[in-house]
Write a new protein. Structure first.
Length: 186
């Protein structure tokens, strides 16, 4: 199989199901942001492999990457064809899993009394980058759903909203585990 198809050489691509859309389509913007988030997460896990203190957190991140593929695929598929996908849908259990991971990490963190600047250990900084990409993906998805409410993927907004919270807490957790001080603002 060749990696290039030349099908998109004129600025259009097909969603699953065959609908042709511009590559600037809001749906491509949304699942492009999810794809970018998955790549940032790959960079994050690559940095984590150098830190034995962080190994236990790689499996949850890979689980999240798989959920992002489910979400992207669902978003790119017309609602009436989603049952033909050979993958899951997202469920409330996926959202609950994120909340459980957040609660577990927060149980070890000092409560915040001010804003903190992104930074510290490289893993914490990349987690903050992932948080910002997740927020952009959320905005893009909401825009899609405002234009085509019927295309809304169940639990997608809840999941991506919780995911950005997860990355914020993960960043703080990385700094704690790597003994990096958080910088308060103001």
């Amino acid at each position: 199989m060749k990696i290039y198809t030349k099908a998109g050489d004129h600025g259009c691509t097909a969603l699953f199901g065959g609908e042709q859309v511009s590559k600037s389509s809001e749906f491509l913007q949304a699942y492009g942001a999810l794809d970018e988030l998955g790549a940032v997460m790959g960079m994050l896990t690559s940095h984590m492999t150098a830190c034995s203190e962080l190994f236990d957190l790689i499996v949850p991140l890979q689980s999240i990457q798989k959920c992002l593929f489910i979400l992207s695929s669902s978003l790119a598929t017309p609602p009436d064809k989603r049952t033909k996908l050979k993958i899951g849908p997202l469920t409330g259990e996926n959202v609950k899993q994120l909340e459980d991971w957040i609660d577990h990490m927060e149980s070890e963190l000092v409560p915040l009394k001010s804003f903190i600047l992104p930074g510290g250990h490289i893993t914490a900084t990349v987690a903050q980058l992932a948080r910002t990409v997740a927020r952009r993906a959320e905005r893009e998805m909401i825009h899609c759903y405002e234009l085509r409410p019927i295309w809304k993927v169940p639990f997608s907004i809840e999941y991506i909203n919780r995911l950005s919270d997860y990355f914020f807490v993960l960043s703080r957790y990385f700094n704690l585990k790597m003994q990096q001080e958080e910088i308060s603002w103001p």
